[in-house]
Design a protein around this ligand. Structure first.
Ligand code: DAS
Length: 369
């Protein structure tokens, strides 16, 4: 069809005019796109606390038996120059510990500092480098006390920084990418290792030494870190961060809550010892659906009579503890941990006890968080 016949048909004339216009402005738009200011990078603070990600081994093949918590935050950042492509990063060393040595005091220090940083308008998100041993606990503690919707991402490593194929650098890059992602806003505290995004409430360490050790039993992780992007497929539904009722601003200590492990032929001795040592709460890591050995139950009921709050959890690692299932919780005035494992139930009970001793109120909290 030549131009004359094109012009004789209105629709064709319009199409022709548009094509001519585009051919004229196309190069101008392309030039504008190239010279347009690059998208503003998010300001991410990398808060370092220690762990294997900051560990060093005697040789490049030392992947167990190394020393954790040796390398400072500035060196961690220097080791990953690619961080500058995804965020404006700066580092802060809050403390330097192997995370098996984590304490309530360190949690309060970290939580208060994180909230201070998130309140600053020049901070868009936070990455926390941490040992893997108690990473799941710190993640849940922060999930309950952070007062911001800005992303907070915990990251660790299963191999020390000196090892061949150390996983720390790529984990740190991915965690920073995630913390800088608008999709991570409002998702609660997240955990990023091994290219996977997990929720702070549900994630747990399931293997002593492999790279894929962080899992969320039954429920699965929230998404992937792949191709320099965060890909979310699910979002947490339990209350977290801005929706929580807990506030640590004025707290200098946390109530003493301990865990008693259940097993065949167990006795009440550990329960009695913890009560004598001043425990305000006891988490029982029962067998199966939170079942308590007949030798142990009298210890728990005596503890309850002395005002100690008792929570039935399970050593099993997944599933819901049924209230009034394996014990008459109503009659014995016990609390059940819902789907929280013992180490996470301990954190919620500690924070709950800063608000109330009422077991009905505490049970509400275990249904909500
Ligand atoms: N000791 C371990 C810790 O600091 C090392 C690690 O896995 O990060 O948690």
């Amino acid at each position: 069809m030549n131009r004359a016949s094109l012009m004789s048909k209105p629709w064709a004339a319009t199409a022709l005019v548009c094509a001519l216009a585009l051919s004229a402005v196309g190069p101008v738009l392309a030039q504008a796109a190239e010279t347009a200011a690059p998208a503003k990078l998010a300001n991410i603070v990398i808060v370092a606390t220690g762990g294997t990600i900051a560990g060093t081994g005697a040789t490049s093949t030392t992947t167990v038996g190394y020393t954790a918590a040796k390398v400072g935050v500035e060196r961690l950042i220097e080791a990953v120059p690619e961080l500058k492509k995804v965020a404006n990063v700066r580092g802060e060393q809050v403390f330097q510990v192997a995370s098996e040595n984590m304490t309530d005091d360190l949690w309060l220090k970290l939580g208060k500092r994180v909230n201070q940083l998130l309140a600053q308008s020049d901070v868009d998100g936070i990455v926390i480098t941490h040992g893997t041993d108690t990473l799941e606990e710190t993640a849940y503690f922060l999930d309950l006390v952070v007062k911001s919707s800005k992303p907070v991402v915990l990251v660790g490593a299963m191999r020390p920084s000196t090892a061949i194929s150390a996983d720390g650098p790529i984990n740190l890059y991915n965690a920073t990418l995630l913390a800088a992602s608008p999709a991570a806003v409002g998702k609660g505290v997240l955990v990023a290792l091994n290219d996977q995004i997990n929720a702070g409430r549900d994630v747990t360490k399931v293997n002593t030494s492999t790279l894929d050790t962080f899992r969320t039993p039954d429920l699965g992780f929230l998404g992937y870190l792949q191709d320099n992007q965060a890909h979310f497929y699910r979002t947490p539904v339990r209350k977290h961060t801005l929706a929580t009722e807990f506030d640590i601003v004025k707290l200098e200590t946390l109530p003493k809550v301990d865990i008693v492990y259940g097993y065949a032929n167990a006795s009440r001795v550990p329960v009695d010892a913890l009560v004598a040592a001043g425990a305000k709460g006891i988490i029982h890591a029962g067998v199966g659906d939170g079942s308590v050995h007949k030798n142990v139950m009298p210890g728990l009921t005596d503890a309850r009579k002395k005002g100690v709050v008792v929570v039935r959890s399970s050593r099993v690692g997944s599933g819901i503890i049924a209230r009034n299932g394996e014990a008459n919780d109503d009659e014995l005035d016990l609390v059940v941990s819902d789907s929280l494992n013992p180490q996470k139930a301990r954190i919620l009970l500690m924070l709950g006890l800063t608000k109330t001793n009422d077991t009905k109120e505490l049970q509400r909290m275990f249904r909500a968080y």
